[in-house]
Design a protein around this ligand. Structure first.
Ligand SMILES: Cc1cc2nc3c(=O)[nH]c(=O)nc-3n(C[C@H](O)[C@H](O)[C@H](O)COP(=O)(O)O)c2cc1C
Length: 199
């Protein structure tokens, strides 16, 4: 099993980093291969350049793709499961991860295929895990949880993933109340991954 974690948080002092560490400890027990795109640590360029816009905006699939993007494509092609892990900032992922979608989802690869382009493979499973300051109940009440799910699962993951699920680890403003539950939810992911991939 090859798992790619696309991780977006700038600080090792963060709760999201603790979640990453716990997740890794759970996954390595299965002897699964784990690759991490740690976007801040890689200094991943999240802004689309003018040259890239020329290619993306006008679907000029004959123009070259940047090396850092080809490296991400390679990781995607190897993955059985991609986990996106990030904190909720202003009801969305950090701009760094948004920029990953802007640039890595290049035309001819993730959408807009033509006879000369090599399309992205269908990934068996996509998991979106985000930490959020507000409790889940509140995010559901104001319909933000549904909005975040629609954007991440229906648009960004979309048909590119056979199975997909989002786990909102909410209530982090009062961590002591939610941490134990969050970690047990993370522990249960292994079975979930096995079930989905075997389907
Ligand atoms: C810039 C910024 C924007 C945030 N926006 C939201 C938000 O829209 N909704 C929410 O529930 N929490 C929001 N939070 C709280 C974070 O989701 C919370 O800090 C995170 O889940 C856990 O913190 P840590 O990993 O940074 O330690 C925001 C935090 C920051 C720093």
């Amino acid at each position: 099993m090859n798992i790619l974690i696309v991780y977006s948080h700038p600080s090792k002092k963060s709760y999201t980093f603790q979640v990453l560490e716990h997740l890794k400890s759970v996954l390595v027990k299965q002897s699964w291969n784990i690759e991490i795109s740690d976007l801040y640590a890689m200094n991943f360029q999240s802004d689309m350049s003018e040259e890239e816009y020329e290619r993306e905006g006008f679907a000029k699939t004959n123009l070259p793709i940047s090396k850092d993007i080809l490296a991400e494509h390679e990781k995607i092609e190897k993955a059985d499961c991609i986990i996106f892990l990030y904190p909720v900032w202003w009801s969305d992922c950090p701009a760094k991860l948004k920029g990953w979608f802007d640039r890595v989802y290049s035309v001819g690869y993730a959408y807009g295929q033509n006879e000369t382009s090599k399309p992205m493979k269908t990934i068996p499973l996509g998991l979106v895990i985000c930490t959020a300051g507000h409790p889940n109940e509140f995010l559901e009440e104001i319909e933000m949880a549904q909005s975040m799910k629609t954007i991440m699962l229906e648009d960004r993951l979309g048909q590119r993933f056979k199975n997909k699920e989002m786990l909102i680890l909410g209530g982090t403003l009062e961590l002591e109340k939610v941490m134990e539950k969050h970690f047990s939810q993370l522990d249960k992911l292994v079975e979930k991954i096995k079930n989905y991939i075997d389907k």
